[in-house]
Design a protein around this ligand. Structure first.
Ligand SMILES: [Zn+2]
Length: 482
């Protein structure tokens, strides 16, 4: 039975969608004001995995994620660059789509853009005004009237007064009746992007975008609303207020929030210059390495990206795929033997333990930790020459960890890529490494261990290792990690 931590009630609860087998899920997306960093990737990976696991256990999931493609930050950035804000946002979104695909995140059922739903937002706002929950000002702005919604502040658990104000982003606009009121519609400044509305030229506020888009594609009550925990206040508080003021129904049954990404223990920030762009990570590491790193954490806690963590996980990914490639090779040599009981039992255990971990609020940290244990078991099967069993377990791992979007790359492709990268770093060519390895074997054959060691140590200094296997075989490889 799946249990999820519902931020709405601050506890773990049994997951039961509103309507049978259908899950309607919305996650706040990215504001297209700059390139995607590791924090964006973390959230996208988390909700993609949550969706994927729900599908794995039999739910029919409709998953909507949005892009905020009109926003003050986009306008400011585009102005700095001297480009059109719409074109700028387009460029950013195309880049992020490409990077997410390379990372191996599946696209949501609907990827909705704010600018495509402005008409719906205007209608939403008009209904709020009609219902006495919002008011236009003489300056062409529209505000939500927080006083009109008695439950305001409950979700983020903030007390009346100061605390509620502290999270509001500098909203001191004229015409506001109450400091806590938030903008639903903002009048357009000179030369700013605008849409026509009953209140004059302007653009929607950020909060109304998510309420409108989720309702448009998923209806009045969502099963899951997700986002980063930094969005709890004011964004999600405001989404609840305006949505429930409009419909009189519960907006979302379960609220799920992911933790934040820190780099070497510090919050990522422009002033520290410690941001990690997804684009840069993808140049260096395969998607599996990045996802494995992000999923070693349980999604609700903050994740701390320490120096060298990707390199060390690259070595783990390399080992696993290397083993997979070897199993494939051995299976072919042996004519694809059937699995015996050991392989079947282990497969059964892998599936059971995976479900146990994930049923506990999508605990990917445990699921990933288990994977390293299975890797050792798999090595043992191979050492015992139980090839059919090893193939069975490998397939199970790919099936189960495929739910986390892991281990489904082509083994030789990914190991070749990593190997080539480390060879380039070592400055040794493939031929030089192979020649040195042959010499090492020859010296060992002649029992000239001093010369053999000399060659081996020389190569090791450059990052090439000679490995002797348990069965007596040997091969050369690159040394991975820092
Ligand atoms: Zn949102």
């Amino acid at each position: 039975m799946l249990k999820v931590y519902n931020v709405l009630n601050r506890k773990k609860e049994e997951f039961k969608p509103v309507s049978g087998n259908e899950v309607k899920m919305y996650a706040c997306g990215i504001t297209a004001s700059g390139k995607a960093h590791i924090g964006h990737a973390y959230q996208a990976v988390i909700f993609d995995v949550i969706r994927s696991y729900l599908e794995y256990i039999g739910y029919d999931v409709t998953y909507v994620r949005n892009y905020t493609d009109v926003d003050d930050k986009i306008i400011i950035r585009a102005r700095e660059l001297g480009v059109d804000p719409r074109q700028y946002a387009e460029l950013i979104m195309a880049g992020i789509d490409r990077e997410f695909e390379e990372l191996g995140i599946h696209p949501p059922t609907v990827c909705s853009r704010a600018t495509e739903c402005v008409e719906d937002m205007i209608n939403f706002i008009q209904k709020l005004i009609d219902g006495g929950h919002a008011y236009p000002t003489e300056y062409g702005d529209v505000y939500f009237d927080v006083e009109s919604f008695p439950g305001y502040g409950k979700f983020s658990n903030r007390l009346e007064g100061e605390e509620l104000l502290s999270g509001v982003r500098n909203e001191t606009e004229p015409g506001k009746r109450n400091d806590r009121d938030f903008a639903l519609w903002k009048h357009a400044g000179d030369d700013e992007i605008f849409w026509e509305s009953p209140w004059g030229k302007g653009r929607p506020g950020w909060h109304i975008e998510c309420s409108t888009m989720s309702m448009k594609f998923l209806g009045e009550t969502l099963d899951i609303h997700g986002g980063g925990k930094d969005l709890i206040f004011p964004h999600h508080e405001n989404e609840i207020a305006q949505s429930e003021a409009l419909t009189g129904k519960q907006f979302a049954k379960y609220w799920l929030h992911n933790g934040l990404v820190k780099v070497n223990g510090q919050k990522m920030s422009k002033s520290l210059g410690n941001g990690i762009l997804l684009e840069d990570l993808l140049k260096e590491f395969p998607g599996d390495v990045i996802k494995l790193t992000l999923l070693m954490n349980s999604y609700r806690s903050d994740i701390n990206i320490m120096d060298g963590i990707f390199d060390s996980n690259e070595s783990k990914i390399y080992d696993i795929y290397r083993l997979f490639a070897k199993i494939d090779r051995r299976a072919e040599e042996e004519g694809n033997p059937e699995s015996g009981q050991q392989g079947k039992d282990l497969s059964e255990r892998i599936r059971r333990e995976f479900t146990e971990a994930m049923d506990n609020d999508f605990n990917t940290a445990v699921a990933v930790a288990n994977l390293f244990g299975y890797y050792s078991e798999l090595q043992k099967l191979l050492a015992k020459n139980l090839i059919g069993d090893a193939v069975e377990v490998k397939k199970t791992l790919q099936e189960v960890y495929g739910v986390l979007r892991l281990l489904n790359s082509d083994p030789s492709e990914i190991t070749d890529r990593i190997k080539a990268k480390y060879l380039a770093k070592s400055g040794v060519t493939e031929k030089e490494a192979a020649d040195a390895f042959e010499k090492w074997l020859a010296f060992k054959g002649e029992k000239d261990f001093a010369s053999a060691d000399g060659i081996r140590n020389g190569m090791l200094e450059k990052g090439i290792v000679f490995v002797t296997e348990r069965g007596g075989g040997a091969y050369w490889d690159v040394k991975i990690g820092k």
